[in-house]
Design a protein around this ligand. Structure first.
Ligand code: PMP
Length: 407
């Protein structure tokens, strides 16, 4: 029956990882995958996560039972507070419904699936993704059959935000369209709107009745400040939007493979809001049950242990500063070295962009050349993961960039 099935391309990012692993050159550098590394290029288990694991290990009531369909309640309630704020009116008014998911990917998927089934869509409406965006957004929304459109985001000439393109696109989007927004540390560009720009985006979206779907995969990782990284979402809620949020704990807890995340639906304020949140929750239960039955327990327990303990929460903030601080230091080191070498071009975007990634502006041929000649691995669009840089390799990388830019 499958004689004509086509060979699908391998995932570009995981393909890149495999090529890096197979490379035997001693100075090879992995700037591909978005996972934090310490100054010795090693994965880093957050000290606070180790403490939480110890607490879980010593819990006499520990077992491996199923979680409820909605996940670990102590996690989902703390996760909602983390993203919406401790005194969020939306939480107090019971307008929020939260489901634990298979990390951020599962949260985007659950939201996409929910919208594909229940969001009333006249013809012409699409899900608008930023151009560029995390490549998986395209696949996830395509998989549930939602039509995709793109809004301009990145200005090649400045390596910054294409503000005119973005606003013009929102102003002409069909009313009711769904707009996917990166809450902070935009992947892949590292370019975020300013708070004033977020205000203007909210104003256009309100005027044109556009539906916000926030993806937040880097809270606390972008600025090191949890509240600042959630500012845009909280502002939209203050403005009375009904919205969705996909939240990942992969990066900010270093729990990549544990797949801990949450999906939140927030109803707009009003007398029916609590009832609506309940009805949405009842449908999320059916969708979750049919797809994963119930989410995984271990990563959820770790995140919940930290989020619900005042002292561990403070320690977590320190760990976040360790990660974001090292990344900021590497941005500065790379930029300074390129300036010192007199590498043609302006490199200020490396320090003005935030979060894990930077869009270097290197072209695809330059990316391939730097891989071949210097064994430095980055995605074809010129995105580098800052976490792959460290004090031992930043000079080597800067020198390599200098060489390929001059060729
Ligand atoms: N959204 C964005 C924008 C991301 O960059 C990522 C991680 N690469 C995710 C969602 C989800 O990742 P995960 O499923 O590992 O939480």
């Amino acid at each position: 029956a499958f004689d004509t099935i086509a060979m699908a391309p391998t995932d570009p990012l995981f393909g890149l990882m495999a090529a890096y692993r197979a490379d035997t050159f001693d100075k090879k550098v992995d700037l591909g995958i978005g996972a934090y590394r310490d100054d010795n290029a090693k994965p880093w288990v957050l000290p606070v996560v180790k403490k939480a694991e110890e607490i879980i290990r010593n819990d006499p009531a520990k077992n491996h039972e199923y979680l409820p369909i909605a996940g670990l309640a102590s996690l989902t309630s703390a996760a909602a507070k983390l993203v919406f704020g401790n005194d969020s009116p939306a939480i107090n008014e019971k307008r929020v419904v939260s489901y634990q998911t298979i990390s951020g990917t599962g949260a985007v998927h659950l939201g996409a699936l929910f919208l594909s089934k229940f969001y009333p869509r006249p013809a012409n409406q699409s899900v608008y993704l930023s151009k560029p965006t995390w490549a998986n957004h395209h696949q996830i929304f395509q998989n549930v059959g939602l039509p995709i459109a793109e809004y301009p985001y990145f200005a090649k000439d400045t390596c910054g935000l294409d503000w005119e393109g973005l606003t013009a696109s929102l102003q002409t989007a069909e009313p009711g369209s769904i707009i996917l927004l990166h809450a902070c540390a935009h992947n892949p560009t590292g370019v975020d709107p300013t708070q004033d720009q977020w205000k203007a985006i909210a104003e256009i979206m309100k005027a044109r009745n556009l539906f916000p779907f926030f993806d937040t995969a880097y809270q606390g990782f972008a600025s090191g400040d949890l509240a600042k990284d959630a500012w845009a979402i909280q502002y939209f809620i203050e403005q009375g939007f009904e919205l969705c949020v996909a939240q990942s704990f992969a990066k900010n807890f270093g729990l990549y493979g544990q797949r801990a995340g949450c999906f939140h639906f927030v109803a707009a304020p009003g007398s029916h809001a609590e009832d609506l949140a309940k009805r949405v929750g009842s449908q999320l239960a059916i969708l979750t049950r049919s797809e994963i039955s119930n989410p995984p327990i271990y990563g959820a327990k770790i995140a919940s242990t930290v989020l619900n303990d005042e002292q561990l929460f403070e320690e977590w903030k320190q760990d976040l500063c360790t990660m974001s601080g090292r990344i900021i230091a590497m941005r500065e080191a790379l930029r300074d070295k390129l300036v010192e070498l007199g590498t043609p071009g302006n490199w200020d975007h490396i320090t003005s962009q935030i979060g894990m990634f930077s869009f270097t502006g290197l072209s695809e041929p330059q990316v391939l050349k730097i891989r071949e000649e210097f064994h430095i691995y980055m995605t074809k669009n010129g995105r580098i993961s800052m976490a792959g840089l460290n004090t031992h390799n930043v000079e080597y990388v800067a020198t390599a960039i200098d060489k390929v830019v001059r060729e």
